[in-house]
Design a protein around this ligand. Structure first.
Ligand code: NAD
Length: 247
């Protein structure tokens, strides 16, 4: 990965950060890469779990067909995540909620690392691997990091499933709408560690930009979004975000 050069931070970006009152951050799998979580296109995309491709085992159809197999896969993923800690990128984003008068964090990640690093009110577009949801009444329950995962709904007794937006499913009602409303209000929008290929999440920077925000991308490489951004910082999120925080 390219070394981070401070020279990428322009005078314009510097003054935008110093003057900002309303900041919006959208994160993707790249923000957790330095914590050891594989990105979607860094291995996960081609991953096969017991002969089933990633997008089959993580699909709405599979919940109907073989819920225990889905749980086996998500239990494995939680096991991998339980030993991992937030990195400097998560920590900087958590600091920013108290630095800027208005601040919104929207993530596509399901790993819970933003919350673990102290971020509050995280808008989780794709759910959270540390939560279950009842397949009948939609009641949600936390999964303890160090205890057994609940099997049945404490509300109605039916089966629980991961509280994750699986392939073939819609985003939870109101979640994208809230994210879009906040994106349209911000003055400064950071898009961090996302390949910007998964819609509707990838549309949020476009919403911010068309409402007049200054959009800065932070990514290990250029993406399909880069050409429409006002600033593009290439490098590791765990190095670039702390650098921006020092401005
Ligand atoms: P993606 O895998 O499609 O893209 C990751 C992006 O991060 C790439 O553009 C890559 O260049 C960049 N990147 C990698 N390392 C980086 C670093 N250290 N600093 C900055 N950028 C870095 O991820 P996506 O766009 O979030 O979409 C994938 C989908 O899969 C999402 O819907 C997400 O919910 C899910 N997913 C989540 C996790 C997680 O929770 N951590 C992990 C994998 C996939």
């Amino acid at each position: 990965m390219q070394t981070v050069h401070r020279s990428q931070i322009t005078a314009e970006l510097n003054s935008r950060i110093k003057a900002a009152h309303n900041v919006f951050v959208l994160t993707g799998a790249g923000v957790s890469a330095e914590s050891g979580v594989p990105t979607f296109r860094g291995g996960g995309n081609s991953a096969v779990w017991k002969g089933l491709p990633f997008d089959v085992i993580s699909s709405a159809q599979m919940v109907q067909r073989d819920l225990p197999a889905v749980w086996e896969w998500f239990d494995y993923r939680r096991g991998v995540l339980s030993g991992l800690a937030p990195n400097a990128a998560h920590e900087t984003v958590a600091k920013w909620q108290d630095r800027f008068p208005k601040f919104t964090l929207v993530t596509q990640n399901v790993d819970g690392l933003h919350t673990k690093s102290g971020s509050r009110d995280v808008v989780e577009l794709h759910g959270n691997i540390w939560r279950t949801r009842c397949i009948s009444c939609n009641a949600r329950f936390e999964i303890p990091a160090d205890g057994p995962r609940p099997n049945d709904c404490q509300n109605c007794g039916d089966h629980l499933r991961p509280d994750i937006v699986l392939f073939g499913e819609m985003l939870p009602t109101g979640t994208f709408e809230l994210a879009a409303e906040k994106a349209a209000e911000c003055e400064l929008c950071f898009v961090v560690g996302t390949s910007a290929l998964v819609y509707p999440a990838a549309g949020l920077p476009e919403i911010a930009k068309s409402a007049g925000a200054y959009v800065c991308e932070i990514n290990a490489e250029r993406t399909s979004l880069s050409d429409s951004c006002d600033a593009v910082l290439t490098g590791k999120a765990g190095e670039l975000l702390p650098m921006l925080d020092q401005l």
